[in-house]
Design a protein around this ligand. Structure first.
Ligand SMILES: [Zn+2]
Length: 168
């Protein structure tokens, strides 16, 4: 969109053409031309369209014709929109899947307490719920006591016989 003043200046250039709305009772038509001109993305586009009209036509374009000529030029000269850079999302971290904390496995080779990940998700989670990992570990400790057979724990911390495989 260009300003009404910029559009009016370009409409004025059409005033030498036949059927340009210049009579007192044609103000509505003039305003429509100006509004159509305003739909130009840039002044340059409005200028180019008017220059084209002046070069090839002897009659003032109707507002609808002007509008579609401008839309065509807008399309033709559209600046490609910058490709949106994906924001780091909750799923960008392969280690914590966006939760911000990792570990917590009970039993097996990965038996370990919860700990904060080192990604942005972790920093956000730490800020939002600073006790998250401590609380998760408190729950985990209870589960460890309940499910890990003290005898197995000596031999590599295997899950208990009831089939619990970690991750709460
Ligand atoms: Zn992470």
């Amino acid at each position: 969109m260009i300003s009404p003043e910029e559009a009016a200046a370009q409409v004025e250039r059409l005033s030498g053409l036949d059927f340009f709305p210049r009579a007192a009772d044609q103000l509505a038509g003039l305003k429509e031309l100006r509004l159509a001109m305003q739909s130009a993305a840039t002044v340059k586009i409005a200028e180019m369209v008017v220059t084209d009209v002046m070069a090839y036509q002897s009659e003032s374009p109707k507002p609808a014709a002007l509008r579609s000529a401008i839309w065509e030029m807008n399309e033709k000269l559209a600046v490609p929109k910058p490709v949106a850079v994906p924001q780091p999302s909750a799923h960008h971290c392969g280690r914590c899947q966006g939760f911000g904390y990792v570990g917590g496995h009970i039993g097996g080779e990965r038996h370990a307490p919860w700990r904060w990940c080192d990604c942005a998700n972790a920093r956000r989670a730490q800020y939002e719920s600073p006790n998250l990992v401590d609380e998760a570990n408190a729950v985990r400790d209870k589960l460890v006591k309940r499910f890990i057979n003290p005898i197995n724990s000596v031999a590599g911390l295997k899950p208990a016989a009831d089939g619990y495989h970690g991750d709460f």
